[in-house]
Design a protein around this ligand. Structure first.
Ligand SMILES: [Zn+2]
Ligand SMILES: [Zn+2]
Length: 169
């Protein structure tokens, strides 16, 4: 999301604007991001705060199928201008700072991309009770049992089970 900050930066320190966000962002723009951010004029630039939700897509750590999850993160970053809005003087923010460009535009996309990466759990599940895959043949157990998982889970004990049954008769 790109926001022109020219008007806000002509206002006194503490002036505030709120913006609703509902758009595609993140790596390759494949996360729907929604929520609200607040931009506050500081003596050096603009402070952006907000709470956003993002829909992420990944791989289930049990069955390797597609997994979807909604994450929530809080933003808080100060953006520094390349040009002083009043005097037109060029400024020199540090290389690691988020910047407001020569057209006074503040771009939230890079920050959002970083927050999504930081907030994404390392292990996703396609559903909380995903049964995973058969360790022998790789069959997806959500589709039902395979020959390895129906009945006894370990065939080495089949003979013993058989003997037990017979001895009971
Ligand atoms: Zn799964
Ligand atoms: Zn199997």
């Amino acid at each position: 999301m790109q926001i022109n900050t020219a008007q806000l930066r002509k206002e006194p320190v503490g002036a505030e604007r709120n913006y609703k966000i509902d758009e595609l962002a993140g790596e390759n723009n494949d996360n729907r991001v929604s929520g609200e951010v607040s931009l506050i004029r500081t003596n050096r630039g603009i402070l952006v705060t907000g709470k956003l939700d993002a829909d992420i897509k990944g791989i289930c750590s049990r069955c390797l199928g597609e997994a979807y999850k909604r994450i929530t993160f809080h933003m808080e970053d100060e953006y520094f201008p390349l040009i002083d809005i009043i005097s037109g003087v060029h400024l020199h923010p540090a290389p690691e700072d988020f910047i407001i460009d020569n057209s006074h535009v503040l771009d939230l996309n890079e920050a959002i991309r970083q927050y999504i990466i930081m907030s994404t759990p390392t292990k996703l599940l396609c559903r909380p009770d995903c049964p995973g895959i058969c360790p022998v043949c790789g069959h997806e157990l959500a589709r039902g049992n395979c020959s390895h998982t129906s009945g006894s889970s370990d065939h080495r004990w089949d003979k013993l089970e058989q003997l037990k049954k017979e001895s009971k008769v």
